[in-house]
Design a protein around this ligand. Structure first.
Ligand SMILES: NC(=O)c1ccc[n+]([C@@H]2O[C@H](COP(=O)([O-])OP(=O)(O)OC[C@H]3O[C@@H](n4cnc5c(N)ncnc54)[C@H](OP(=O)(O)O)[C@@H]3O)[C@@H](O)[C@H]2O)c1
Length: 485
């Protein structure tokens, strides 16, 4: 039997998309696996006036794909209550506290509370100060606050938000979600790097030519045009997910997997990022793009999406060369790119090794690819002798991809992260220091882009992005390993 933690979840934004698509299914998986059994309850809150019965129906609907049986799903959903609540309204917190205390008593939860803020960040400060003022945070159990992205829109606003939240909750009570850190293959980067001397001893500037991080989505902005048009890919993806992955790839070996040790090493990387050169010519370290119609015109341009300014200059694609300004990594470019309406939905990391220095062979660089999503696994491409006379080479691929069955049974990022919250393990959450330094880095790019004339390069929807993203590597004699061909 798995270790069970008693807790009351209070989910703000319980009628929203994230709660339905990710949170309820994740909590159900934890229930199925025994991490939650009798001693847990969930209060969902939002403005809509739902009854408990209707809420429970919604929860059952959201988990329908993975249920053990109708009865099991029903039993699970009885742990859910709903409270209609406008987060700006003080009186509602009083009612909420009453309900929370009742459920605490009914399920024997010992005052343990998880406040999940699955709402627009503009409400985070209001909610946390009310949780404190109306005493929803208990004295006897743990009080943990889970915060969704985006954490601010630049360094200034994130600091303001952080100060506001810190006046009610301490840093070690905050769990800032970066769902990439919950992904199996992102966590696996540390296992691959530090449990295999073969890789650990090659993970350096002598052997590695460059790193390439690709986080690409095939979808457009869907219903999130209003948010996205103000955000853009740099804020939405680079500040958090991309820089976190870069940290995992290049951080020094932590002394242990405690949150302190892992965060210290990751922060050291983010703090040592060199100020990027951002220009409108080929000397630039960062380029951007926006999708136009697809070449067959079946997919519409970003500017024609719902709730997007028809003259928008918002970037839906970013590629960059990141330099880690340490003796170890200064000469090893870290190329990153992320975008919407790309050729494929995938996340992968390609590590390109150096060619041999001898004239013995006409060799190609070996590459190690870490597939994060939707495939998960590792592929190593090395040189191999071609059968026959002479010493000609051909590439040989050693690959291990997890099977469909394994993937089906392995936990989703949200499930892993919510379990970490229950266990009080902050290792895979973004610490304020990392958030602050990441914002400072991307703010420099944002400010320069905002000062440019009214111009943004376009790329056809369902492609790998604008030509500028290739030029970024070509100037160093490199090229993208993944080209979607
Ligand atoms: N959806 C995703 O895939 C995704 C991915 C990553 C991060 N996130 C982040 O997760 C958070 C939630 O996203 P979402 O997509 O679920 O948003 P959403 O669908 O717009 O949901 C927002 C929720 O907030 C509630 N709400 C709005 N104003 C309120 C108020 N004044 N008082 C009480 N409740 C209020 C809404 O319910 P009522 O209208 O009933 O009040 C709804 O439940 C956001 O921070 C988002 O950036 C979402």
């Amino acid at each position: 039997m798995s270790h069970e933690t008693k807790a009351l979840f209070i989910i703000f934004g319980a009628t929203g998309d994230l709660a339905h698509r990710k949170l309820y299914p994740a909590i159900y998986e934890l229930y199925k696996k025994g991490y939650l059994s009798k001693s847990f309850a969930v209060i969902g809150t939002a403005r809509r006036e739902w009854s408990d019965d209707y809420f429970q129906e919604v929860v059952r609907d959201s988990i329908a794909d993975g249920i053990e049986s109708e009865e099991h799903a029903k039993e699970f959903s009885t742990h859910f209550r709903y409270q209609s609540h406008n987060v700006k309204d003080t009186a509602h917190y009083v009612t909420l506290k009453k309900l929370a205390d009742e459920l605490d008593e009914e399920y024997g939860l010992e005052g343990n509370r998880i406040f999940y803020l699955s709402m627009s960040p503009s409400f985070f400060g209001t909610i946390t100060s009310h949780l404190k003022a109306q005493s929803l945070a208990t004295d006897e159990g743990f009080n943990r606050v889970v915060i969704e992205k985006p954490f601010g829109t630049d360094f200034e606003s994130s600091k303001e938000l952080n100060d506001e939240i810190n006046s009610s909750f301490a840093e070690d009570q905050l769990y800032r979600i970066d769902h990439y850190l919950g992904k199996e293959m992102v966590q696996n980067i540390l296992a691959l790097r530090f449990s295999n001397p073969l890789l650990e001893n090659s993970w350096n500037k002598e052997t590695i030519a460059n790193f390439q991080v690709t986080l690409s989505e095939d979808l457009g902005v869907e219903e999130r045009g209003e948010y996205y048009d103000k955000s853009g890919a740099l804020r939405d993806m680079v500040q958090n997910h991309v820089l976190q992955v870069v940290g995992m790839l290049t951080m020094n070996r932590p002394d242990s997997f405690t949150p302190e040790d892992v965060r210290r090493e990751k922060l050291a990387i983010i703090e040592s990022l060199k100020t990027p050169v951002v220009t409108q010519d080929e000397t630039t370290d960062f380029v951007r793009g926006q999708y136009s119609d697809s070449s067959d015109q079946k997919v519409k341009a970003y500017r024609n999406e719902d709730k997007v300014d028809p003259e928008s200059l918002t970037e839906t694609f970013v590629a960059g060369q990141i330099t880690i300004d340490t003796d170890e990594w200064r000469d090893v470019p870290v190329y990153v790119r992320t975008g919407k309406r790309m050729a494929e939905k995938l996340s992968r990391i390609d590590i390109v090794f150096k060619e041999t220095t001898s004239d013995l062979f006409n060799d190609s660089p070996s590459t190690l690819t870490i597939f994060i999503n939707p495939d998960q696994g590792v592929e190593l491409v090395i040189n191999n002798k071609k059968i026959g006379p002479g010493m000609d080479l051909e590439p040989m691929t050693l690959a291990s991809l997890r099977s469909k069955e394994t993937l089906k049974n392995s936990p989703e990022a949200y499930e892993k992260l919510i379990l970490d919250v229950l266990n009080g393990d902050e290792t895979h959450f973004a610490h304020w220091g990392e958030v602050a330094e990441s914002w400072k880095y991307v703010d420099q790019i944002r400010q320069t882009w905002d000062s440019f004339e009214d111009h943004i390069p376009f790329y056809p929807a369902l492609s790998v992005g604008p030509a500028e993203a290739n030029q970024l590597l070509e100037r160093n004699g490199h090229h993208w390993v993944y080209t979607a061909e």
